[in-house]
Design a protein. Structure first.
Length: 664
C-alpha cells in the first residue's frame, strides 16, 4: 500500500485541537472529537460564561478566524527569470496574497522565524486593503491582482464611505498576524509599524493574539519634523508595536551605544598597560544611592598613604570578640566588596583623582581631597550594548527618500533602511530568518543585506508582497515597472550590487590584513522569486464530486503548462522542506530524479519508472549517508501496478518506512 500525498497546507485547526488533546486528554471522545462539556469541567471557574463581558469584537470576526485557519490548496511556483542567483541564494521573494502565502509556509517554516517586521496599510482612507474570500482564496487573489472583482467592479482604496472602514481593515490584519505568529521561534519578535488611525485597534489585536504579557512595548518614531498638515496638530509620529512569541524566552534588547553619549562620557584615554590607547570613563566607586552593606564599607588607601571611606557615622573596627562593627543604614558604602576592589586595582581599573567636591572622608571623619573612581572601558560597553529607548528620532522618512533616490527608484512612503537595521540589531538575528509579509519596496531585504555586510551576519530574508498594479500615470510606471513587486525585486538587485561594490572598494583600501573585513563574495545578495498560484496537481485544486471519473479524462494529474520544477517546489512546500534547500538532478535511463537537501527527499515525475530508478535512489541516499529520507513518485509514471509494487518493495527492503514512500 503506497500513501497518496496530501496537497493541503498545515491544518491550523487540527493543530490547535491536537494541542488541546495533549493538555487535556480526558476531553477526547470515542469518535476522536472534543467533548466541550468535559473541557468546561476541566477549566472550572476559569471559563467565562457570562454574556456581558469585556471583549474586542466586530462584524465578521468569527467567520474571519475560521477562514484564516482553513488550509490552502495553492502553491508557490518558482520564477527563475525574475530571480537572482536562483540555485545558490537562501533568500526568498514571494509574489502573492500574504494570507495564503503565510498558510503555505506553515509546514516549512513553523517556529523558524526569529523576526517579523511588517509595515501594513495604516488605513488612512487611501490604502488598498485586500478583501479575503475564504471560499476560494487563491482564485480570489488572482481576480483581485487584476484590480477587478468577479463582478467586474474596480478595486481601489478602503474609504470610510463603504460603511465597513474599520471592519475591513480589522479582518485583513487580524487574520494575517494570527497565522504569522505560528512561524515565530519561541524567542522570536514581531515589529509592526502603524499610524495613529488604527493604533488602538492594532494594540488590542496584538494583546489578543500574542497575550497581553507578550506585548513588549510601543516604539514612537519621528517620521518628520515640522510641517503644516493637519487641522489641530501636524502629524510627525508613527508607532511600532513590539510583540514576543514568548516573553519568558526573550533576551533583553541591546542596541549600539549612543554616539553622542560616547563622545560626552568616554573622553579619557589609557596611557599605560595592555589597554594603552583605549578610551574609558571614570565612574565613582562611591554612589550616594547605594544601600549600606557590611562588606562594602571599608577603608581604601590613597596614593599619599591616607585612608578614605564613604561618608557615615560608623567606621570599620573589629570588637575584642572578633565581631565586625556593622554600619548604620544611612552610612555610605562602595559599589564593590573589598575583594572585588583589590582584584580591579590589580588590573589597573582604579583611578584616584583629587576632587574639590570632597565627598569622601578620611579615618578621622574629615573631608578628604581624594575621590576613587573605576574605569569603564568603551570597548566593553560597546560589546554589552545599550538598552534602546522607545523614542526613535534618527530614522525620519527623508532618509528613505535619499536611499531610493541613490538607486534611481521612485516609491511613496518607504521606511528607512536604518530603522529596520536598528530593529534587527537589538535582537540576535545574526544567523536567523527575517520575514516581512507587507514587503512594499523591500526595505527589509535591503537593510538585511546591508547589516550582513557590516557585521558578517548570515541572516536570510523572506519577502512577501501582493503584486498590486501601479498607477499608469506614475513615474515608476513610466520607468517600466508594472507592479509593486517589480519595484521591490529591482531594489534588491541594485542595493545588493551597490553594497557588494562598496565592500570591494573598502577591501581594496584597507587590504586583506584588516581584521573583521567581510569577504564581498560571501555576501548573499540573491533572491529566489516564487509566485502564488493554484496547485499544479488537478486533484488538489478542487473537490470534485466525481474525482475518479474526472481524473480519468487526463493522461496525468498535472495541470497543463506547469513544469516539473513547479511540481517539485509544491512537493517541498507540502512536505515541509525549506524552499531554499539545494536541489540536484541526476538521470537514470533518461529519467530525471530530483535530489533535495542531500537525500532528504527524492522525487521522480518521469514516465515508465522502473526498478532501476529505485536502485539509483538507494545508492544516492547511501552516498549522502542520510538517516531520514523520503521518496515521491508520479503515480501515472508507472506503466503498471507491478512496476510500482516492485519499486516500492525494493525501497522498503533498503530501509525506507512505508510512510516515507508517497505518490501523487
Amino acid at each position: 500500500m503506497v500513501n497518496k500525498m496530501n496537497g493541503e497546507s498545515l491544518d491550523l485547526t487540527a493543530q490547535n485541537i491536537a494541542r488541546l488533546k495533549e493538555l487535556f486528554p480526558e476531553i477526547l471522545t470515542d469518535g476522536n472529537k472534543i467533548d466541550f462539556d468535559m473541557l468546561k469541567t476541566v477549566l472550572g471557574e476559569v471559563l467565562e460564561t457570562e454574556q456581558e463581558r469585556y471583549q474586542f469584537t466586530w462584524h465578521g470576526k468569527k467567520r474571519m478566524i475560521k477562514g484564516a485557519q482553513k488550509p490552502s490548496k495553492g502553491t508557490l511556483r518558482p520564477v527563475r527569470e525574475k530571480s537572482k542567483d536562483f540555485d545558490t541564494t537562501e533568500n526568498l521573494y514571494i509574489e502573492g496574497d500574504n494570507l495564503e502565502v503565510l498558510k503555505l509556509l506553515q509546514k516549512s517554516y513553523n517556529g523558524k522565524i526569529k523576526m517579523i517586521y511588517i509595515d501594513p496599510p495604516y488605513n488612512t482612507g487611501k490604502d488598498f486593503v485586500y478583501k479575503d474570500n475564504f471560499k476560494d482564496s487563491v482564485q480570489n487573489y488572482l481576480d483581485q491582482t487584476g484590480q477587478m472583482d468577479a463582478d467586474g467592479n474596480v478595486l481601489s482604496t478602503n474609504t470610510e464611505r463603504n460603511g465597513r472602514f474599520h471592519t475591513d481593515w480589522l479582518n485583513m490584519i487580524y487574520a494575517r498576524i494570527k497565522v504569522a505568529k505560528n512561524l515565530l521561534k519561541d524567542d522570536g519578535v514581531a515589529f509592526i509599524s502603524i499610524g495613529e488611525a488604527e493604533l488602538s485597534n492594532l494594540k488590542k489585536i496584538c494583546e489578543e493574539i500574542f497575550g497581553e504579557l507578550n506585548v513588549v512595548g510601543l516604539i514612537n518614531r519621528v517620521m518628520k519634523t515640522g510641517g503644516n498638515k493637519g487641522r489641530f496638530f501636524s502629524p510627525n509620529m508613527d508607532y511600532i508595536i513590539v510583540c514576543a512569541k514568548n516573553i519568558d524566552k526573550l533576551e533583553p534588547f541591546k542596541g549600539e551605544l549612543d554616539s553622542d553619549l560616547e563622545k560626552k562620557l568616554y573622553n579619557k584615554v589609557e596611557t599605560i598597560g595592555p589597554k594603552k590607547g583605549e578610551k574609558y570613563r571614570a565612574f565613582g566607586l562611591y554612589q550616594s544611592s547605594l544601600d549600606s552593606r557590611p562588606n562594602q564599607r571599608y577603608y581604601i588607601e590613597c596614593p599619599d598613604g591616607s585612608l578614605v571611606i564613604p561618608p557615615g557615622e560608623t567606621f570599620p573596627t573589629i570588637k575584642s570578640d572578633g565581631e565586625k562593627v556593622l554600619p548604620n543604614k544611612d552610612d555610605g558604602c562602595w559599589r564593590w566588596s573589598q575583594e572585588r576592589y583589590l582584584e580591579e586595582k590589580s588590573n589597573n581599573n582604579i583611578l584616584f583623582i583629587e576632587s574639590p567636591t570632597k565627598v569622601l572622608i578620611d579615618s578621622e571623619g574629615n573631608k578628604s581631597k581624594w575621590n576613587v573612581y573605576t574605569k569603564i572601558w568603551l570597548n566593553d560597553r560597546k560589546e554589552e550594548g545599550q538598552t534602546p529607548t522607545n523614542i526613535l528620532d534618527k530614522f525620519e522618512n527623508r532618509h528613505s527618500a535619499k536611499e531610493l533616490k541613490s538607486l534611481s527608484i521612485e516609491f511613496d512612503f518607504p521606511k528607512p533602511v536604518g530603522l529596520i537595521k536598528f530593529l534587527m540589531s537589538i535582537i540576535n538575528t545574526q544567523n536567523e530568518i527575517v520575514l516581512d509579509f507587507f514587503s512594499g519596496s523591500a526595505t527589509t531585504a535591503h537593510a538585511m543585506i546591508q547589516l550582513n555586510a557590516e557585521d558578517g551576519g548570515n541572516r536570510k530574508f523572506i519577502m512577501v508582497q501582493l503584486p498590486e498594479l501601479l498607477d499608469e500615470k506614475s513615474e515608476t510606471y513610466k520607468d517600466g515597472y508594472r507592479t509593486i513587486c517589480d519595484i521591490g525585486e529591482e531594489r534588491i538587485r541594485r542595493a545588493g550590487e551597490k553594497i557588494k561594490d562598496e565592500l570591494k572598494e573598502k577591501q581594496q583600501k584597507v587590504g586583506m590584513l584588516e581584521e573583521n573585513i567581510i569577504d564581498p563574495d560571501s555576501l548573499d545578495i540573491g533572491f529566489k522569486v516564487l509566485k502564488l498560484d493554484t496547485s499544479n496537481i488537478r486533484e488538489w485544486n478542487v473537490d470534485f464530486v466525481n474525482l475518479e471519473n474526472e481524473l480519468d479524462l487526463y493522461e496525468t494529474p498535472f495541470i497543463d503548462g506547469r513544469s516539473e520544477l513547479d511540481i517539485v517546489y509544491e512537493i517541498m512546500l507540502k512536505q515541509g522542506l525549506e524552499l531554499t534547500y539545494p536541489i540536484e538532478t541526476f538521470e537514470v535511463n533518461g529519467k530525471a530524479i530530483y535530489d533535495i537537501a542531500f537525500g532528504s527527499l527524492f522525487i521522480c515525475l518521469s514516465q515508465e519508472i522502473t526498478t532501476d530508478v529505485a536502485k539509483a535512489i538507494i545508492a544516492r541516499r547511501d552516498e549522502h549517508s542520510t538517516e531520514t529520507s523520503s521518496v515521491i513518485f508520479s503515480d501515472a509514471g508507472f506503466s503498471n501496478d507491478s512496476d510500482k509494487l516492485n519499486c516500492i518493495e525494493i525501497l522498503k527492503d533498503a530501509g525506507y518506512p512505508e510512510d516515507n514512500l508517497l505518490t501523487i
